[in-house]
Design a protein around this ligand. Structure first.
Ligand code: ATP
Ligand code: MG
Length: 267
């Protein structure tokens, strides 16, 4: 059967930075009207196995959404579909703006210096100042000419964020970008991501295994199970968030229950 996918986006991951602009402007100049992503009836089969099963999802412009779910539940599959990296999906998938992705492993090209990794494929008139501005913004001004293999894990992940940022995405997809980092580095990455999000205002879909990470960052936490969004929790608490706030404790317990983790197992 021919795929019923209707994709109204250029999922090319090509850059949209304004020609000649050195600084990365904040705000959402490249953001189109309507939802940042709209998904209806998204289905992905691998052989007989249905991993995504008529999934519906809307992400509002500038909204920070976290997606949690058990290993193998299809989180990365959904993210790849939203990024336009999977042509084997059925359903309706509308992502009208620019998309950028950062993965768990930073995926820097080892034989290109950090700045060349950022400018790679960046089609603007003068890519170097744009890339430098992004590297400065993630605190890597001193490592512009470093080789990727000399970066720490946190630095490499910041470079990966800079590479996503220069694309000025209206939808930023993050697939467990902090899961390989130590606890302290994770906390500083959380602060960085929130700062970048507040400045550039992309919609964000963050895949994470960590309920506390989701609660610290997101406006809304989604649980993926049986191929669909089985639970959606709005987090209406000011940032920076207090993990011991009673409302946050209640949300954590609820989400863990949704994930099938008994509360006693977390204490
Ligand atoms: N190309 C593929 N071919 C066959 N099966 C696949 C393929 N890609 C993913 N799958 C299967 O689809 C299911 C969902 O995979 P996916 O990577 O989306 O899970 P996930 O929720 O991201 O898991 P994790 O939390 O471990 O990263 C898994 O069972 C996986 O084995
Ligand atoms: Mg995954």
């Amino acid at each position: 059967m021919a795929p019923r996918l209707r994709q109204l986006t250029r999922h090319s991951l090509s850059p949209l930075a304004s020609p000649g602009s050195a600084a990365l402007p904040g705000g959402s100049a490249s953001r189109p009207g309507g939802p940042a992503a709209s998904v209806r009836g998204l289905t992905r089969r691998f052989g007989d196995r249905v991993v995504l099963d008529r999934l519906d999802l809307d992400i509002a412009p500038g909204e920070f959404v976290a997606l949690i779910g058990r290993s193998g539940s299809g989180k990365s599959t959904l993210l790849r579909a939203l990024a336009g990296l999977d042509k084997g999906v059925d359903g309706t998938l509308i992502v009208p703006g620019q998309v950028a992705v950062a993965f768990q492993e930073p995926r820097l090209v080892p034989w290109k210096k950090v700045i060349e990794n950022i400018t790679l494929g960046l089609r603007v008139r003068d890519p170097q100042p744009v890339a430098r501005a992004a590297l400065e913004e993630v605190g890597l001004a001193e490592r512009v000419t470093a080789w990727p293999l000399t970066l720490s894990g946190g630095e490499a992940q910041r470079a990966s964020l800079a590479r996503a940022l220069v694309r000025q995405p209206s939808l930023l997809l993050l697939d467990e970008p902090f899961s390989a980092l130590d606890a302290l580095t994770r906390i500083s990455m959380h602060r960085l991501v929130l700062r970048l999000w507040e400045h550039h205002e992309p919609a964000v879909l963050l895949v994470t295994h960590d309920v506390d990470e989701a609660l610290a960052l997101a406006d809304r936490v989604l649980v993926l199970g049986d191929g669909r969004i089985t639970h959606s929790a709005a987090i209406d608490l000011p940032r920076p968030r207090d993990r011991d706030h009673p409302a946050q404790i209640a949300l954590r317990l609820r989400l863990l229950t949704e994930l099938g983790v008994p509360a006693a197992a977390t204490s």
